[in-house]
Design a protein around this ligand. Structure first.
Ligand code: TYD
Ligand code: MG
Length: 478
């Protein structure tokens, strides 16, 4: 028999090398390489014949199946959870839920399992981190102790697979909390290593696909917010969800970053309360709740998260900088994007930020990724610089190009409608394209100022105090 070979595997990116090193050649991370036994014996010598014979020809099928009525889904009834999964769990699919420790992954999944179990599905909850009594205690606290969820505390994949394969009624959904605690006893490496995580997940997914069981894996994340160790895991599952939120804030966001059965970028918003996670039906109202009137440097962005418009407050502070390199600090947005907006304001609109520290914050702790936030950020910066507050009832969206032009973004009318619903009456938006038909920013009773260049926004909010000549857009046109 071939001697088991030792490999050195990067615990961050999964790259395999034949010798140990302090730094991974492939991802550049330090101190992340661990020795692991390789999973397979000698590789097959050519697949044409050999002792195992030729392979079987695969039975090929067409694109259209007999039953093309769409994907059957199990909705939990927790609307925010169902929305993110694309309308409910697809039988036989594998999901991965990542998030910081203590953010509420176990709570969310226990609540979802209870909801599904109460609807009649057979749900198993396997915890490798907590004892059965601890899970029970949590269910008690959530007032869900009556739900017929079946619990187990286990870490050996062999036992879990056996449980999935037999024992009465077919299993509908299984939660593995967490995949980093699971191990396959034929693999030598410790639980949590890339090889163990990958083999454990592979084994569980294989049985789940065979039996039509939905698997929900909990995955830990590292300091920099990636699913710990195995990025490989993200490729093996059908759906990757991130549960995020600022621990100092009450609300949590469940975000789909990959979904083979539904849209990505969809978010579900929850609030961590005394009795578990409570759905937030109107997140914009929550994010804007603390907004102050008449403060310079505050602009409201009408963003889009998945199919859902979300209003958030963008706050900017421009402060005199001590000699040296001025500081640029960003929370909740991309620092490179801020640098770009600042550069455009300086190069195209004649503003000066080089002697000032600039701080940017998306209030409430949410992270914004879309470029449509550019215009709100620019408006907040202009207002912070000039000391002129932006009117309280104004929202912004639009992308800024390097030439200082304002570019249209997706779904302007959906955004305006949401802003109108929340009581905003003015909007500063990109001018619609000529042949855009219904795509123009017509949003009920909102007065939308359509602008083409960033200079227009500078003129609107730089006032007389900022030293820049102020001129209203009406005056410019006249
Ligand atoms: P948990 O689901 O254990 O987090 P994870 O599995 O992601 O590590 O959540 C733990 C946190 O949630 C803990 O700090 C306490 C808090 N919590 C509440 O505030 N209310 C509740 O009803 C529950 C169950 C937890
Ligand atoms: Mg947990």
């Amino acid at each position: 028999m071939a001697k088991a070979q030792r490999n050195y595997v990067c615990q961050t990116c999964g790259a395999v090398s034949s010798k140990w090193a302090g730094k991974c050649e492939s991802c550049g991370e330090w101190n992340c390489i661990a020795e692991e036994a390789s999973e397979t014996a000698a590789p097959p010598k050519g697949l044409g014949g050999g002792s195992r014979g030729r392979g079987r020809a695969l039975p090929l099928v067409g694109l259209k199946g007999e039953d093309s009525s769409g994907i059957p889904r199990q909705a939990s009834g927790i609307a925010e959870f169902d929305r993110v999964t694309g309308g409910g769990l697809v039988p036989g699919s594998a999901l991965l839920i990542g998030g910081d420790p203590g953010i509420g992954k176990s709570t969310l999944l226990l609540q979802a399992m209870c909801a599904l179990a109460l609807k009649g599905a057979r749900c198993l909850y396997v915890s490798g981190e907590e004892a059965v009594d601890q899970v029970r205690l949590r269910a008690d606290r959530l007032n869900l102790a009556h739900a017929p969820v079946e619990l187990a505390s286990a870490t050996n994949v062999r036992d879990i697979v056996a449980t999935m394969e037999d024992g009465g009624a077919p299993v509908g959904v299984i939660v593995i909390d967490s995949i980093q605690t699971m191990y396959v006893d034929t693999v030598e490496s410790a639980p949590g290593t890339v090889t163990q995580v990958r083999t454990s997940a592979q084994e569980i997914i294989r049985i789940a696909k065979k039996r039509g069981i939905t698997v929900l894996f909990v995955g830990h994340v590292t300091k920099d917010g990636q699913i710990a160790g195995p990025r490989v895991l993200e490729h093996m599952v059908d759906t990757v969800l991130y549960f995020e939120g600022d621990r100092s804030h009450q609300f949590r966001i469940l975000r789909a970053v990959k979904n083979r059965f539904g849209p990505t970028d969809e978010i579900g918003v929850f609030e961590m309360a005394g009795e578990g996670l409570v759905q937030v039906e109107n997140p914009s109202a929550l994010f804007l709740a603390q907004r102050q009137a008449n403060v310079p440097g505050s602009a409201v962005l009408c963003g889009l998260e998945g199919t859902r418009p979300v209003l958030v407050e963008v706050q900017a502070l421009v402060a005199p900088s001590p000699p040296g390199t001025p500081r640029r600090a960003v929370i909740g947005w991309d620092a490179n994007r801020l640098a770009m907006v600042l550069a455009v304001l300086e190069a195209r609109c004649g503003m000066q930020f080089s002697g000032s520290d600039v701080f940017l914050n998306i209030a409430g702790g949410i992270r914004i990724g879309e470029p449509a936030a550019d215009l709100a950020v620019a408006a907040a910066l202009i207002s912070a610089q000039s000391g002129e507050p932006i009117p309280h009832d104004t929202v912004f969206f639009g992308e800024i190009g390097l030439g200082g032009e304002i570019r249209p973004v997706a779904q302007p009318s959906v955004r305006l409608k949401e802003a109108g619903k929340l009581g905003f009456s003015r909007a500063v938006v990109p001018a619609a394209k000529k042949n855009d038909g219904g795509g123009t920013a017509k949003g009920g009773d909102i007065k939308a100022a359509e602008i083409k260049v960033l200079q227009d926004v500078v003129d609107m909010y730089s006032g007389y105090r900022g030293g820049v000549r102020a001129m209203s857009p009406e005056a410019r046109r006249a």
